[in-house]
Design a protein around this ligand. Structure first.
Ligand SMILES: Cc1ncc(COP(=O)(O)O)c(C=O)c1O
Length: 392
């Protein structure tokens, strides 16, 4: 069968190879400890579950949820956002319901880019941003994230010829996969840069709450662009509220961008089930104690995991945010992250993500997602120690 050329850019990435290796390990009888996906194993808040359950028995929630049905959700979001970041949001024009933040960042390039126009993406970065740009027929210019720059892009390094064709920049801090954080002053500098070069600034912000050691809440991009001149920010319920499977997120920001993305979405979806929105509203408006418990659990896991890695002499810095550990591979595995992950899962059943899957600059690293309890994480490190002992 003949398919569109754009499909080529979407097939065959290293995560597909990893899925295959995982499947091989399962058929060989290995017990899998899967640390490759950032899918939380913790429970959604009880108030969210109760609200969804109640909705199920209300037939008025069973139909299509069209645009007008979401005002209570948008109001809850605007209130939550303003309380949290002290920037006013108009629930009528500056909030958009999404089927998860990935859906939003994946679709947005269709509203912004003409064919061949450029999106500026972080390298390493979350893979779906690039997928969205390919679907829109755009080109990608990657901004390398290096350890010596605290994994922040150097805006001055973007060539003028690239900027002439660029329309969009995507940031994501706290950052997946490197776990690095950005300051408000970095965001202010970036907003100014995007205004100068007429770029839409997208900030994907799924780890807004997953920050450790009592560190102050990370900044929102709209604190650096309170007039919302060129920015849009994406949030999710998948991390703070452990609701990944429920598929719900939202965007806040520039009203024209919100309208443009809504137009794209209107072709594709009718929004999700209203009960899911009721659950999300309950999560936002309920006690945030469950968020604190989630953060405390990931902090505990981080401490156990980093200590265990250090004990086997794999020295890794302790991340301040996210549910990941971004670890430089030991010497013999440098530049072989995919092979390391393939062999590790085949020999031990421990599945982790190769840095190369997040971009060229991710090579030489692996990403561990701390989505199991501390005992399981310690078993995983023991398995890794055995594997390294055999292969170093
Ligand atoms: C940076 C980033 N963006 C988006 C997502 C997906 O979020 P959602 O479940 O809301 O689509 C993830 C999930 O791991 C992520 O790390």
């Amino acid at each position: 069968m003949r398919f569109a050329n754009r499909l080529k850019a979407l097939s065959g990435n290293v995560f597909v190879d990893m899925d295959q290796a995982k499947a091989e390990a399962i058929s060989a009888g290995k017990t899998i400890i899967d640390l490759s996906l950032g899918s939380s194993d913790l429970q959604a808040p009880n108030v969210a579950i109760a609200a969804i359950e109640k909705s199920l028995h209300d037939p008025t929630t069973h139909g299509y949820l069209l645009y007008h049905g979401t005002l209570t959700f948008r109001e809850a979001v605007a209130k939550w956002y303003t309380h949290r970041f002290d920037v006013e949001i108009d629930p009528q024009t500056e909030v958009l319901l999404l089927i998860g933040s990935q859906e939003g960042t994946g679709h947005l390039p269709l509203a912004i880019l003409n064919p061949q126009e450029i999106a500026l993406l972080l390298d390493p970065g979350y893979p779906s941003y690039a997928g969205g740009v390919y679907l829109a027929g755009g080109q990608i210019h990657t901004m390398p994230l290096l350890a010596e720059n605290q994994f922040l892009p150097v805006l001055a390094d973007i060539p003028t010829s690239v900027l002439a064709k660029a329309r969009l920049m995507v940031l994501n801090y706290p950052h997946n996969p490197t776990t690095s954080m950005a300051s408000l002053s970095f965001f202010e500098e970036t907003v100014k840069f995007c205004q100068q070069h007429d770029l839409v600034l997208v900030h994907d912000f799924p780890y807004a709450d997953i920050v450790f050691d009592e560190i102050k809440s990370p900044p929102s991009i709209l604190q650096a662009d309170p007039n919302k001149s060129s920015s849009i920010e994406f949030f999710t319920f998948s991390k703070s509220y452990n609701m990944g499977g429920f598929r719900i997120g939202f965007a806040v920001g520039n009203a024209e961008l919100v309208t443009a993305l809504r137009k794209i979405k209107a072709i594709i979806d009718f929004n999700q089930y209203r009960g899911v929105l009721d659950g999300a509203i309950a999560a936002l408006e309920g006690s945030q104690e469950t968020v604190k418990q989630t953060v405390a659990e990931f902090q505990k896991r981080r401490d156990v995991f980093i200590k265990a890695l250090n004990n086997i002499n794999w020295l890794v810095e302790s991340p301040q945010a996210t549910m990941y550990v971004w670890a430089k591979l030991p010497e013999p595995w440098q530049n072989k992250s995919t092979e390391f992950c393939r062999q590790l899962v085949l020999k031990t059943g421990v599945a982790v993500s190769p840095g190369a899957g997040f971009g060229k600059q991710g090579e030489g690293y692996v990403r561990f997602a701390l989505v199991h309890n501390p005992d399981v994480l310690e078993v995983a490190v023991k398995q890794i120690a055995g594997f390294l002992g055999e292969t170093l």
